[in-house]
Design a protein. Sequence first.
Length: 249
Amino acid sequence: MNALHLKDLSASAQEAIAAARETVAGLHAELPRNDLVAWTAGNVSARVELADHEEVGPDGLSAVFVIKPSGVSYDELNASNMVVCTLDGVKIDDDTSIGLSPSSDTAAHAYVYRHMSHVGGVVHTHSSYATSWAARGESIPCVLTMMADEFGGDIPIGPFALIGDDSIGRGIVQTLQASRSKAVLMDRHGPFTIGADAKEAVKAAVLCEEVARTVHFARAYGNPERIAQHQIDALYARYQNVYGQKDNT
Ligand SMILES: O=C(CO)[C@@H](O)[C@H](O)COP(=O)(O)O
Protein backbone atom coordinates (compact mmCIF):
# COMPACT_ATOMS: atom_id res chain seq x y z
CA MET A 1 0.00 0.00 0.00
CA ASN A 2 1.16 3.54 -0.80
CA ALA A 3 1.80 5.77 2.25
CA LEU A 4 -0.64 8.36 0.92
CA HIS A 5 -3.80 8.64 2.94
CA LEU A 6 -7.01 9.99 1.44
CA LYS A 7 -7.25 12.49 4.27
CA ASP A 8 -3.84 13.93 3.31
CA LEU A 9 -5.49 15.36 0.19
CA SER A 10 -7.38 18.65 -0.12
CA ALA A 11 -11.13 18.71 0.50
CA SER A 12 -11.83 19.23 -3.22
CA ALA A 13 -9.62 16.30 -4.20
CA GLN A 14 -11.38 14.11 -1.63
CA GLU A 15 -14.75 15.24 -3.02
CA ALA A 16 -13.63 14.38 -6.57
CA ILE A 17 -12.50 10.92 -5.45
CA ALA A 18 -15.76 10.36 -3.57
CA ALA A 19 -17.73 11.31 -6.71
CA ALA A 20 -15.60 8.97 -8.83
CA ARG A 21 -16.26 6.14 -6.35
CA GLU A 22 -20.01 6.68 -6.71
CA THR A 23 -19.76 6.79 -10.50
CA VAL A 24 -17.56 3.71 -10.84
CA ALA A 25 -19.67 1.71 -8.38
CA GLY A 26 -22.80 2.60 -10.35
CA LEU A 27 -21.23 1.81 -13.74
CA HIS A 28 -20.33 -1.71 -12.63
CA ALA A 29 -24.10 -2.46 -12.58
CA GLU A 30 -24.11 -1.82 -16.35
CA LEU A 31 -21.87 -4.86 -16.93
CA PRO A 32 -24.38 -7.56 -15.83
CA ARG A 33 -27.28 -5.39 -17.03
CA ASN A 34 -25.85 -5.51 -20.56
CA ASP A 35 -24.86 -9.20 -20.31
CA LEU A 36 -21.15 -8.35 -20.56
CA VAL A 37 -19.95 -10.48 -17.64
CA ALA A 38 -20.27 -13.93 -16.12
CA TRP A 39 -19.88 -13.96 -12.33
CA THR A 40 -17.31 -11.21 -11.51
CA ALA A 41 -15.38 -11.29 -14.77
CA GLY A 42 -15.25 -7.61 -15.55
CA ASN A 43 -14.06 -4.32 -14.12
CA VAL A 44 -14.39 -0.56 -14.55
CA SER A 45 -12.05 2.23 -13.45
CA ALA A 46 -11.91 6.03 -13.58
CA ARG A 47 -8.98 8.44 -13.39
CA VAL A 48 -9.10 11.37 -10.94
CA GLU A 49 -6.68 14.20 -11.72
CA LEU A 50 -5.52 15.68 -8.41
CA ALA A 51 -3.89 18.61 -10.15
CA ASP A 52 -7.42 19.81 -11.07
CA HIS A 53 -7.76 20.55 -7.39
CA GLU A 54 -4.49 22.43 -7.01
CA GLU A 55 -3.28 19.25 -5.45
CA VAL A 56 -0.12 17.32 -5.85
CA GLY A 57 0.28 14.67 -3.24
CA PRO A 58 3.51 13.55 -1.62
CA ASP A 59 6.22 12.40 -4.09
CA GLY A 60 4.50 14.47 -6.83
CA LEU A 61 1.38 12.34 -7.09
CA SER A 62 -0.76 14.12 -9.72
CA ALA A 63 -3.57 11.62 -10.20
CA VAL A 64 -5.15 8.46 -8.81
CA PHE A 65 -7.74 6.06 -10.19
CA VAL A 66 -10.69 4.23 -8.70
CA ILE A 67 -11.33 0.55 -9.49
CA LYS A 68 -13.47 -2.27 -8.14
CA PRO A 69 -12.17 -4.74 -5.53
CA SER A 70 -11.19 -8.10 -6.98
CA GLY A 71 -13.75 -10.90 -7.06
CA VAL A 72 -16.55 -9.01 -5.29
CA SER A 73 -19.97 -9.66 -6.81
CA TYR A 74 -21.62 -6.74 -8.55
CA ASP A 75 -24.56 -6.59 -6.14
CA GLU A 76 -22.12 -6.04 -3.26
CA LEU A 77 -20.24 -3.18 -4.93
CA ASN A 78 -20.79 0.34 -3.60
CA ALA A 79 -18.85 3.57 -3.35
CA SER A 80 -17.35 2.63 0.02
CA ASN A 81 -15.57 -0.47 -1.32
CA MET A 82 -14.21 1.10 -4.51
CA VAL A 83 -10.42 0.96 -4.21
CA VAL A 84 -8.23 4.03 -4.83
CA CYS A 85 -4.83 3.45 -6.46
CA THR A 86 -1.87 5.48 -7.64
CA LEU A 87 -1.09 5.41 -11.38
CA ASP A 88 1.48 2.76 -10.49
CA GLY A 89 -1.44 0.56 -9.46
CA VAL A 90 -0.66 0.72 -5.75
CA LYS A 91 -3.61 1.01 -3.36
CA ILE A 92 -3.48 4.11 -1.17
CA ASP A 93 -4.81 4.24 2.37
CA ASP A 94 -8.33 4.81 1.06
CA ASP A 95 -10.43 3.94 4.13
CA THR A 96 -11.35 0.52 2.70
CA SER A 97 -10.28 -2.48 4.75
CA ILE A 98 -6.54 -3.06 4.40
CA GLY A 99 -7.22 -6.56 3.08
CA LEU A 100 -9.48 -5.41 0.25
CA SER A 101 -7.42 -6.00 -2.90
CA PRO A 102 -8.04 -4.04 -6.13
CA SER A 103 -9.04 -5.80 -9.34
CA SER A 104 -6.59 -8.34 -10.73
CA ASP A 105 -6.43 -6.13 -13.83
CA THR A 106 -5.27 -3.07 -11.86
CA ALA A 107 -1.80 -3.14 -13.43
CA ALA A 108 -3.32 -3.05 -16.93
CA HIS A 109 -5.62 -0.15 -16.09
CA ALA A 110 -2.72 1.72 -14.43
CA TYR A 111 -0.44 1.20 -17.45
CA VAL A 112 -3.10 2.67 -19.75
CA TYR A 113 -3.53 5.72 -17.50
CA ARG A 114 0.25 6.29 -17.36
CA HIS A 115 0.73 6.08 -21.14
CA MET A 116 -2.55 7.51 -22.54
CA SER A 117 -3.12 10.85 -20.81
CA HIS A 118 -6.41 11.47 -22.67
CA VAL A 119 -7.97 8.33 -21.19
CA GLY A 120 -10.23 8.91 -18.19
CA GLY A 121 -11.89 5.50 -17.99
CA VAL A 122 -10.97 1.85 -18.69
CA VAL A 123 -13.21 -1.22 -18.84
CA HIS A 124 -12.38 -4.91 -19.16
CA THR A 125 -14.89 -7.71 -19.75
CA HIS A 126 -14.96 -11.24 -21.14
CA SER A 127 -18.19 -10.61 -23.04
CA SER A 128 -19.00 -13.69 -25.09
CA TYR A 129 -19.10 -12.54 -28.70
CA ALA A 130 -16.16 -10.13 -28.46
CA THR A 131 -14.18 -12.79 -26.59
CA SER A 132 -14.97 -15.37 -29.28
CA TRP A 133 -13.28 -13.04 -31.82
CA ALA A 134 -10.37 -12.68 -29.36
CA ALA A 135 -10.16 -16.47 -29.03
CA ARG A 136 -9.62 -16.69 -32.80
CA GLY A 137 -7.14 -13.82 -32.74
CA GLU A 138 -9.31 -12.10 -35.36
CA SER A 139 -10.05 -8.38 -35.49
CA ILE A 140 -13.66 -7.42 -36.17
CA PRO A 141 -13.88 -5.90 -39.67
CA CYS A 142 -15.68 -2.58 -40.05
CA VAL A 143 -18.73 -3.81 -41.95
CA LEU A 144 -21.31 -1.78 -39.95
CA THR A 145 -21.95 1.95 -39.78
CA MET A 146 -22.14 1.57 -35.97
CA MET A 147 -18.51 0.37 -36.00
CA ALA A 148 -17.44 3.36 -38.08
CA ASP A 149 -19.37 5.68 -35.74
CA GLU A 150 -18.01 4.38 -32.45
CA PHE A 151 -14.69 2.72 -33.31
CA GLY A 152 -13.60 4.58 -36.45
CA GLY A 153 -12.83 1.30 -38.20
CA ASP A 154 -12.00 -2.30 -37.36
CA ILE A 155 -11.78 -3.39 -33.71
CA PRO A 156 -8.16 -4.55 -33.49
CA ILE A 157 -6.59 -7.59 -31.88
CA GLY A 158 -3.92 -7.02 -29.23
CA PRO A 159 -1.12 -9.46 -28.36
CA PHE A 160 -1.53 -12.48 -26.10
CA ALA A 161 -0.26 -11.53 -22.64
CA LEU A 162 -0.42 -13.09 -19.18
CA ILE A 163 -1.95 -11.23 -16.25
CA GLY A 164 0.31 -10.13 -13.40
CA ASP A 165 2.60 -7.43 -14.75
CA ASP A 166 2.58 -4.65 -17.38
CA SER A 167 2.31 -7.08 -20.33
CA ILE A 168 -1.43 -6.68 -20.87
CA GLY A 169 -1.33 -2.91 -20.38
CA ARG A 170 1.59 -2.60 -22.80
CA GLY A 171 -0.32 -4.63 -25.40
CA ILE A 172 -3.45 -2.50 -24.97
CA VAL A 173 -1.52 0.77 -25.37
CA GLN A 174 0.58 -0.39 -28.32
CA THR A 175 -2.56 -1.53 -30.15
CA LEU A 176 -4.78 1.46 -29.37
CA GLN A 177 -2.07 4.00 -30.15
CA ALA A 178 -2.12 2.61 -33.70
CA SER A 179 -5.92 2.84 -34.02
CA ARG A 180 -8.88 5.17 -33.50
CA SER A 181 -10.73 2.33 -31.81
CA LYS A 182 -11.87 2.65 -28.21
CA ALA A 183 -11.80 -1.16 -27.98
CA VAL A 184 -9.06 -3.77 -28.33
CA LEU A 185 -9.56 -7.54 -28.27
CA MET A 186 -6.60 -8.98 -26.36
CA ASP A 187 -5.69 -12.25 -28.05
CA ARG A 188 -7.28 -15.29 -26.36
CA HIS A 189 -8.34 -13.09 -23.43
CA GLY A 190 -11.06 -10.52 -24.15
CA PRO A 191 -11.96 -6.86 -24.75
CA PHE A 192 -10.52 -3.82 -23.02
CA THR A 193 -12.11 -0.45 -23.78
CA ILE A 194 -11.15 3.16 -23.06
CA GLY A 195 -12.95 6.47 -22.95
CA ALA A 196 -12.57 10.12 -22.00
CA ASP A 197 -14.42 9.04 -18.85
CA ALA A 198 -15.60 5.76 -17.34
CA LYS A 199 -19.12 6.06 -18.79
CA GLU A 200 -17.69 6.40 -22.32
CA ALA A 201 -15.52 3.32 -21.73
CA VAL A 202 -18.58 1.35 -20.57
CA LYS A 203 -20.49 2.50 -23.67
CA ALA A 204 -17.60 1.28 -25.82
CA ALA A 205 -17.72 -2.11 -24.06
CA VAL A 206 -21.48 -2.38 -24.67
CA LEU A 207 -21.17 -1.43 -28.36
CA CYS A 208 -18.10 -3.67 -28.82
CA GLU A 209 -20.16 -6.69 -27.72
CA GLU A 210 -23.12 -5.53 -29.83
CA VAL A 211 -21.10 -5.31 -33.07
CA ALA A 212 -19.17 -8.51 -32.25
CA ARG A 213 -22.49 -10.35 -32.06
CA THR A 214 -23.94 -8.75 -35.21
CA VAL A 215 -20.85 -9.35 -37.33
CA HIS A 216 -20.64 -12.91 -35.97
CA PHE A 217 -24.09 -13.65 -37.38
CA ALA A 218 -23.46 -11.71 -40.59
CA ARG A 219 -20.36 -13.82 -41.23
CA ALA A 220 -22.22 -17.01 -40.39
CA TYR A 221 -24.74 -16.43 -43.21
CA GLY A 222 -22.84 -14.31 -45.67
CA ASN A 223 -19.69 -12.40 -46.53
CA PRO A 224 -20.23 -8.81 -45.40
CA GLU A 225 -18.17 -6.18 -47.18
CA ARG A 226 -15.99 -3.73 -45.30
CA ILE A 227 -17.17 -0.12 -45.64
CA ALA A 228 -14.90 2.03 -47.81
CA GLN A 229 -12.32 3.94 -45.75
CA HIS A 230 -13.47 7.41 -46.86
CA GLN A 231 -17.01 6.50 -45.80
CA ILE A 232 -15.74 5.19 -42.45
CA ASP A 233 -13.93 8.48 -41.94
CA ALA A 234 -17.08 10.50 -42.75
CA LEU A 235 -19.27 8.41 -40.45
CA TYR A 236 -16.74 8.63 -37.63
CA ALA A 237 -16.41 12.42 -37.97
CA ARG A 238 -20.17 12.90 -37.91
CA TYR A 239 -20.79 10.62 -34.95
CA GLN A 240 -17.93 11.96 -32.84
CA ASN A 241 -18.73 15.62 -33.55
CA VAL A 242 -22.46 15.90 -34.33
CA TYR A 243 -24.39 12.95 -32.87
CA GLY A 244 -26.40 13.42 -29.71
CA GLN A 245 -26.93 16.57 -27.68
CA LYS A 246 -24.02 18.96 -27.95
CA ASP A 247 -23.60 21.83 -25.55
CA ASN A 248 -25.15 24.45 -27.83
CA THR A 249 -25.23 27.17 -25.18
O1 LIG B 1 -9.35 -12.31 -16.44
C1 LIG B 1 -9.37 -12.10 -15.23
C2 LIG B 1 -8.78 -13.04 -14.26
O2 LIG B 1 -7.93 -13.94 -14.95
C3 LIG B 1 -10.03 -10.89 -14.67
O3 LIG B 1 -10.34 -10.01 -15.77
C4 LIG B 1 -11.30 -11.24 -13.92
O4 LIG B 1 -12.15 -11.85 -14.73
C5 LIG B 1 -11.86 -10.01 -13.23
O5 LIG B 1 -11.06 -9.92 -12.15
P1 LIG B 1 -11.35 -8.92 -10.92
O6 LIG B 1 -11.55 -7.52 -11.49
O7 LIG B 1 -12.62 -9.39 -10.20
O8 LIG B 1 -10.11 -9.08 -10.08
